[in-house]
Design a protein around this ligand. Sequence first.
Ligand SMILES: C[S@@+](CC[C@H](N)C(=O)[O-])C[C@H]1O[C@@H](n2cnc3c(N)ncnc32)[C@H](O)[C@@H]1O
Length: 210
Amino acid sequence: MRRAVTPQDAGKDHWQKVYGTRAETEVSWYQPRPARSLELIAAYAPDRATPAIDIGAGASTLAQHLLDAGYGDVTVVDISETAIARTRARIGDRKGAHYIVADMTAWMPDRRWGIWHDRAAFHFLTDTQHQDAYIAALTEATEPGSVLIIATFALDGLEKCSGLPVRRYSPETLAARLGPAFDLVEASREDHPTPSGLVQRFAWTVLRRR
Ligand SMILES: C[S@@+](CC[C@H](N)C(=O)[O-])C[C@H]1O[C@@H](n2cnc3c(N)ncnc32)[C@H](O)[C@@H]1O
């Protein structure tokens, strides 16, 4: 039984404002091509029939790239309906594209995915209750063999993203937080150059569900 948690209303307002006022090329996490995500997904899901979900997708072009690469079942989820509307306007009602507006700390998934991708969303959950709710959704939305590809700010990374505090992780501390149902299978780092010239240090963690 899932425990009800207080939804992140302040978070939703923040993200609605971000996507309502700034072009995607202006935000610090912008990347013209999500290269690391695409490489890891291709490596761990060579079968293009594998359903993939991008958590906290924002206005990222990842889903579009996956559809272009032949993935046939791609879902994006974000707390901001403005972000999802932007992505939908770009991709359109293309076969295999699915759009969900949801707060990950209150979401009840009704299906499962083979690839769970999250770049810079989980790290905004700074309290245990919201992290637990995310992990409950993750557990309901995956099955044994599903692969998680999660990027957070690294332990020596910035303490804030988009003006909000974040929880920083190494692949090992992230694996420990997600729990024994997920095995750590690959770890790497990435220095992401932001459009304003700063560097965001990311830890990339790949885990497989037991
Ligand atoms: C730093 S942005 C990263 C966007 C995208 N993943 C990328 O790499 O371009 C973080 C995203 O997480 C979303 N987000 C934050 N908290 C969330 C929550 N509780 N549930 C769902 N999405 C959330 C935000 O709306 C935002 O789009």
